[in-house]
Design a protein around this ligand. Structure first.
Ligand SMILES: Cc1cc2nc3c(=O)[nH]c(=O)nc-3n(C[C@H](O)[C@H](O)[C@H](O)COP(=O)(O)OP(=O)(O)OC[C@H]3O[C@@H](n4cnc5c(N)ncnc54)[C@H](O)[C@@H]3O)c2cc1C
Length: 409
């Protein structure tokens, strides 16, 4: 049970960034208290990577992050790198494996990563309290005391109210994505309270949805997946796309969703390894009596070909390739290489893996994550306007920003 008292640092939020910051500060001999609103710590860690936690990536650079200031993340990422985290994972003998694009996942369970962090917390006496609501946070300035006062209530054993003092406060409350896993706007409220600018927020790493004919098409193809090249606003990803009953998802779509804005189109290359126009002309020459749907079978899922036929050549569905004019084949080829789709919306925070936007990086020191307006107040992890691509980058940002603050509190 939390009791009134003084701490060197009080951290709000026991997610990836908060726990890692707590460990780093406690290793320096500081008295650390981590306050968590929900009943359990590290819920997103446990749910991440399909339960196997994609905890980092072998190839980290600032290009893998979206932020209004693309340089902001560099300093923290350089001070605590993926290799540092891998060293810790190996020290704890957590079994891990490399998957596509340098993504590192636990072999057994994400519980291994949370267990490792909690062992470190225990080893360095980080105090963690769950079921906590922070009712008030204020800065006390006097000649004898330069601290924050926190009025908190704990709800797991009746309601226990108490007052805490912290020389530093670190806001690690995460962001709006997946409210059932702890997503909250508390960090933005605190930023506003201390006069920090907060940039507009949007769901990121999120499936995209359609209305009308495209929704029906996606519904009919739900479960079908294929490798595509998807692009939007100058960004391009070559990954798998999955049709769902609401629209499109899969790694390619989650990645591009970080760059998609409402009203924009996405371009999908269904045959990223082929010049489809050239390929169709050759097929017509070599197999003039074959149907278009038949010659496409080695390249695309059958169910998708049948839907594309309905959309693009339903008038010629009973014609062999010889019956297609060259112009018509050119136009189908162009569409196969550049299918322009206009999503109606994203699925929103309910399923988004990250929140884009957040506490403006211009308000923070990139070395320490401390607020430039309010000394001893720090913001780390997803609450900050830094969001990673899919592939372990978001956790690496949580570790790196947590470490930077943990050394400075
Ligand atoms: C389903 C899913 C899967 C993901 N998989 C991956 C993956 O495999 N690899 C990867 O790199 N990223 C992944 N992510 C993204 C990653 O989980 C986040 O970027 C990361 O957890 C952010 O860390 P954080 O500590 O800033 O926030 P969080 O991990 O969200 O932690 C914030 C904590 O603060 C608590 N909190 C909120 N409000 C308050 C308050 N008022 N007072 C006290 N505590 C509060 C929350 O309950 C939570 O415990 C995934 C996200 C989701 C939703």
């Amino acid at each position: 049970m939390v009791r009134s008292g003084s701490f060197d640092v009080v951290i709000l939020g026991a997610g990836a960034a908060g726990l890692f910051c707590g460990i780093t500060a406690a290793k320096r001999g500081l008295r650390v208290l981590v306050l968590e609103k929900s009943n359990k710590v590290g819920k997103k860690i446990l749910m991440s990577g399909g339960g196997r936690c994609n905890f980092t990536n072998l190839h980290i650079s600032s290009d893998n992050f979206v932020s209004s200031n693309p340089h902001f993340c560099k300093s923290a990422l350089a001070r605590y790198t993926q290799w540092d985290f891998i060293e810790m994972v190996e020290r704890y003998k957590v079994e891990y494996e490399e998957r596509k694009h340098g993504q590192l996942f636990c072999v057994k369970s994400a519980k291994d990563i949370l267990g490792m962090l909690l062992s470190e917390c225990a080893a360095y006496s980080v105090q963690i309290e769950t079921h906590i609501e922070v009712d008030l946070l204020e800065k006390i300035k006097s000649s004898t005391c330069n601290s924050f006062k926190l009025s908190v209530s704990q709800s797991n054993q009746g309601v226990n109210n108490c007052e805490l003092l912290g020389k530093s406060v670190v806001v690690a409350t995460g962001a709006l994505s997946v409210p059932t896993l702890g997503g909250s706007g508390k960090g933005y409220d605190i930023a506003n309270q201390f006069g920090l600018n907060v940039l507009p927020r949007n769901a990121g790493l999120v499936p995209l949805m359609f209305e009308g004919v495209m929704k029906e098409l996606c519904e009919a193809l739900s479960g079908v997946s294929l490798e595509v090249e998807v692009s939007c606003n100058g960004k391009l990803f070559l990954e798998k796309m999955l049709f769902t009953h609401r629209g499109i998802s899969g790694p390619a779509i989650l990645q591009i969703s970080n760059y998609w804005k409402p009203g924009c189109s996405v371009e999908i290359n269904l045959l990223p390894l082929q010049d489809a126009t050239q390929m169709l002309q050759l097929l017509k020459k070599d197999q003039p009596s074959s149907m278009l749907r038949t010659v496409l079978k080695p390249y695309l899922p059958k169910a998708l070909i049948s839907k594309l036929q309905q959309l693009w050549w339903s008038d010629l569905e009973n014609c062999s390739l010889a019956g297609f004019t060259n112009n018509r084949l050119d136009s189908i080829g162009k569409r196969l290489n550049r299918w322009v789709l206009k999503p109606s919306a994203s699925e929103g925070y309910r399923t988004a893996e990250v929140t884009l936007g957040g506490v403006d990086t211009n308000e923070l020191s990139s070395q320490t994550m401390e607020s430039k307006r309010q000394s001893s107040l720090f913001f780390i992890g997803e609450v900050v306007d830094v969001a990673g691509h899919l592939g372990g980058f978001n956790f690496q940002w949580a570790w790196s920003s947590g470490y930077a603050a943990g050394l400075a509190v």
